[in-house]
Ligand binder design. Structure first.
Ligand code: ATP
Length: 212
């Protein structure tokens, strides 16, 4: 059994930005994990991303070129209907055996966990790694505080000792960058060059969805 964890970092990635890449990269280092970036299918009742699934994948490929620590996993886009993380983790568990799985969530996404489908069961399939994110108001709901009380560990080594069920906070470099802000800047005709990864910032085709 390999104990090198497999970490999953899901998101809309509309577009992928330096905040995503930095925290995913640092999480990979802190956990000594392979990290998969997993673009989500956005359910019909949510605002649609400006970029199509194919456009978001093209941006991720451009952003991830030239390194192998962060890899793309587009399985949720291949599934019909909304992406439920619980289904993805179940599938990964079947593929990976007892290998530790870690679901990476920014602090804002983590606070919203109790709104997710079958959220308590997520711990039956994976650990959770919470990534620091500045500039977002985060109040954890009581149900979440109660659920994590006995799961919290301080040492990332504890994640290697079990396949799932623990929670760790990962102190990654705080970067107050959001895709919302980047979409606003592009829509206003500005050039958020250094908020975007190389391979993306001067490609007029990849950024076209935000300038339409
Ligand atoms: P939007 O502004 O469109 O909501 P976003 O920048 O929050 O987008 P998402 O694709 O929605 O990006 O986020 C995917 C995941 O990345 C979430 O878990 C989110 O918390 C995390 N994340 C995004 N930006 C950062 C950041 N700057 N620091 C830490 N985590 C981040």
């Amino acid at each position: 059994m390999t104990t090198r964890p497999l970490a999953i970092f899901g998101g809309t990635f509309d577009p992928i930005h330096i905040g995503h890449l930095t925290v995913a990269w640092e999480a990979a280092e802190l956990l000594d994990a392979e990290v998969r970036l997993m673009p989500a299918n956005v359910p019909p009742h949510r605002p649609a991303p400006l970029a199509s699934p194919a456009e978001r994948v093209a941006m991720l490929c451009a952003a991830l070129a030239g390194q192998s620590r962060l890899v793309l996993d587009a399985r949720e886009l291949e599934r019909d209907g909304p992406s439920y993380t619980i289904d993805t983790l179940r599938e990964l568990r079947a593929e990976q055996g007892e290998r530790p799985l870690v679901l990476l969530l920014g602090a804002d996404a983590f606070a919203g966990l109790p709104t997710w489908n079958r959220w308590r069961e997520l711990f039956d399939f994976a650990h959770i790694g919470v990534l620091s994110r500045p500039g977002v108001e985060v109040t954890l709901p009581d149900s979440l505080v109660a659920e994590i009380a006995a799961r919290r560990v301080d040492d990332v080594a504890a994640l290697r000792a079990a396949p799932c069920g623990r929670l760790v906070e990962l102190a990654v470099t705080p970067l107050e960058i959001s895709a919302t802000r980047i979409r606003e800047l592009l829509a206003a005709g500005r050039d958020p060059r250094y908020l975007l990864p190389a391979g993306l910032f001067d490609d007029p085709v990849l950024l076209a969805p935000y300038r339409r």
